[in-house]
Design a protein around this ligand. Sequence first.
Ligand SMILES: NC(=O)c1ccc[n+]([C@@H]2O[C@H](COP(=O)([O-])OP(=O)(O)OC[C@H]3O[C@@H](n4cnc5c(N)ncnc54)[C@H](OP(=O)(O)O)[C@@H]3O)[C@@H](O)[C@H]2O)c1
Length: 251
Amino acid sequence: MTAGSLRGKVVIVTGAGSGIGRAAAVAFAEAEARVLGVGRRKEPLDATAGLHQGIAVRSADITAEGVPDEIVGEAVRRWGRVDVLVNNAGATRVMPLAETTAAGIADLLTLNVTAPSLLSRAALPYLREAEGSIVNVSSTYGHRPLPGGAHYAASKAALEQLTRSWALELAPEGVRVNALAPGPTESEALAAAGLSPEALDAIKRDEEARVPLGRRGEPGEVAAWIVRLADPGSTWLTGQVLTVDGGLELT
Ligand SMILES: NC(=O)c1ccc[n+]([C@@H]2O[C@H](COP(=O)([O-])OP(=O)(O)OC[C@H]3O[C@@H](n4cnc5c(N)ncnc54)[C@H](OP(=O)(O)O)[C@@H]3O)[C@@H](O)[C@H]2O)c1
């Protein structure tokens, strides 16, 4: 990373109240960026804000009508610009084909695909002005099959294709778009998917056994690469999906 290249930059991070988003908010703040962290629950967001004075927070549901514009508006009101948008908020869902419902599909796509799209649209005029960048948080399963979670995998595959298409669409204006695809990482994601503690433990043990480096990742290990992709020093990098998963994708 170029020393000081994020100093004073304005970064929006969605899903900043826990897991990868919280770690990313802290990592950007430590790089001296001004961070607006977004999530629905106020308490965990306040805890994130308490970790670094460079982090401001806003409690909002990014899938609600008008909210993407409000979030970008708040960053602009506070600091007058937006340099980086990190589309990190997302959710997974166990949904085998036999149990697939229209509402289940709609929920996943609304959060994992539509909300990042509308946030990116809202931020676009400011990203153009700043020659800034977008980082979309995908998953190893954005480009690998996930039996029992096909629509989660499909939603992340969509996000990866948005990344490539926007990268080309926005390249003439100097806006870079990349994606980070984490493997199994410690966070609230599995609990938020409504799994029982027993099912959750079984999945974690299975993942640990399958990851070549022998363990699940820590949010900070993923966040460091989100910051790198966003860093204005990464001047010639666009349209890429970087997998950070302890080698899982190679198996
Ligand atoms: N952990 C993994 O193993 C893993 C692997 C691959 C990819 N990922 C991806 O990494 C990203 C971050 O997930 P994580 O693992 O850090 O899980 P997490 O701890 O569950 O974080 C997700 C965050 O998104 C926020 N969020 C959810 N719905 C929202 C909404 N409608 N509006 C605003 N915020 C919302 C949640 O906060 P509220 O509930 O308070 O809104 C939560 O803080 C996700 O896109 C996920 O798919 C994770």
